[in-house]
Design a protein around this ligand. Structure first.
Ligand SMILES: *Cc1c(COP(=O)(O)O)cnc(C)c1O
Length: 398
């Protein structure tokens, strides 16, 4: 199989279409799908050699690595500017592996408090059960990060933009605090997307994505990926993932490769719609608040613009009238579908209090600012004028 030589001066859009492709002897146009559990060796000697040390294009078993999955890993690593990447079965497999592969009992982790529900479960329940001490902080307070780190802090964990309250964390500043104690900075970058930000340039050591969101962006598969230095990916992460079984399916990798071809176009169009929706409804009498990092009224607007130039593809509304008003609003929407994904071509509305963040106590939700009237809007690829009209009629009904 011939790989295209990695051309570092290509711009993002070119890499999204071509990077990492490996063509078979048939010279196919689309990336080939190697839907195989494992690989055949030409001799006993070759099998022995491959187990001793597999080269770049030598595969053993698809739980360890697979050519289609490798194409996806190389393409996303090139976009992110990372030395290497390991793909996983879901975003949560990626989050869990990024932490569990490097921590042991007695270690300390500092994490932002405003987290995706499952990330909170991993940090608050699973890791603590294995003797890892976790301190949660207000991610937007640099003083809180400074006060929480200790000499045994091995990792800091944060979402670049929190879900669903869209708080933006100053990654450069947090990374500087972490570096003082030698802690690894792990960023779950789903909401910033690989096209709007380069968090490794801001000082993060490890980046994690749920590829289920914008990277697929068409509601088809679950997937995830962890990116970082070659040393971290090959020596820390790979042994953990390869033996614990969180591998990505080759078919998923193939769909994600196709998704990446249009990733930049989709995310830019979706971010533009999110900005227009946020601007159209800011100050609406039926809303307590419109939260969107691209609005100058957002508390971390400047950090958002410095880190990603745009406000992202999600906008959050807080409706007056609490949960009953939020439910009436959801039920009245005609184009937006009620679901819990985001970053999809289809616009999606979510009520976090009763779905994605239901597991938390009222107190925890209060601390995170997840109010009963809060609704999360993920903007899709429909005509934004239709979306604005849909929201307007649903607000009238609510
Ligand atoms: C969706 C999501 C995850 C989990 O991803 P899955 O692919 O659903 O496992 C993790 N972090 C964030 C911020 C997410 O939005």
């Amino acid at each position: 199989m011939g790989g295209v030589p990695i051309t570092r001066d290509w711009k993002k859009r070119t890499k999204l279409v071509h990077e990492g492709i490996r063509r078979s002897q048939y010279g196919e146009v689309a990336e080939p799908v190697f839907l195989t559990q494992g690989f055949v060796y030409e001799s006993a000697e070759q099998a022995a050699q491959r187990f001793e040390e597999a080269g770049e294009d030598e595969f053993i078993y698809s739980r360890y690595g697979n050519p289609t999955v490798r194409m996806f890993e190389e393409r996303i690593a090139a976009i992110e500017g990372a030395e290497d990447a390991f793909a996983t079965a879901s975003g949560m497999a990626a989050v869990y592996a990024s932490l569990a592969s490097m921590l042991k009992a007695g270690d300390h982790v500092v994490s932002a408090r405003a987290l995706f529900g499952s990330c909170h479960y991993v940090l608050d329940e699973v890791l603590q059960r294995f003797g890892v001490d976790v301190t949660f902080v207000d991610g937007t307070s640099l003083d809180a990060w400074k006060a929480a780190v200790r000499p045994n802090t091995k990792a800091v964990f944060l979402e670049s933009i929190s879900n669903p309250t869209l708080e933006v964390i100053d990654i450069k500043a947090v990374a500087a605090v972490a570096r003082d104690v030698g802690a690894t900075v792990i960023v779950d970058n789903v909401f910033s997307t690989p096209v709007l930000s380069r968090v490794l340039d801001l000082g993060a050591d490890v980046v994690v994505y749920s590829a289920t969101k914008h990277i697929d962006g068409q509601g088809r598969v679950l997937g995830g990926v962890v990116l970082g230095s070659r040393d971290y990916v090959r020596k820390t992460l790979e042994p953990f993932l390869k033996h614990t079984g969180g591998a990505m399916s080759p078919f998923t990798a193939w769909l994600l490769l196709k998704g990446m071809e249009t990733l930049d176009l989709r995310v830019r169009a979706q971010a533009e719609s999110a900005r227009k929706v946020a601007e159209a409804f800011e100050g609406d009498a039926r809303l307590e608040r419109v939260i969107y990092p691209g609005l100058p009224s957002h508390p971390q607007h400047e950090t958002a613009m410095a880190q990603m130039k745009r406000g992202g593809t999600v906008a959050t509304f807080v409706l007056k009238g609490g949960q009953p008003a939020a439910f009436r609003f959801l039920n009245a929407l005609r184009i937006f579908i009620i679901s819990n994904n985001l970053g999809d071509a289809k616009s999606i509305v979510t009520h976090p209090t009763t779905t994605t963040h239901q597991r938390l106590t009222d107190e925890q939700r209060d601390e995170m600012g997840i109010l009963p009237g809060l609704v999360r809007l993920s903007l899709g690829l429909e005509d934004v004028d239709d979306l604005i009209r849909d929201i307007r009629q649903a607000l009238e009904a609510a």
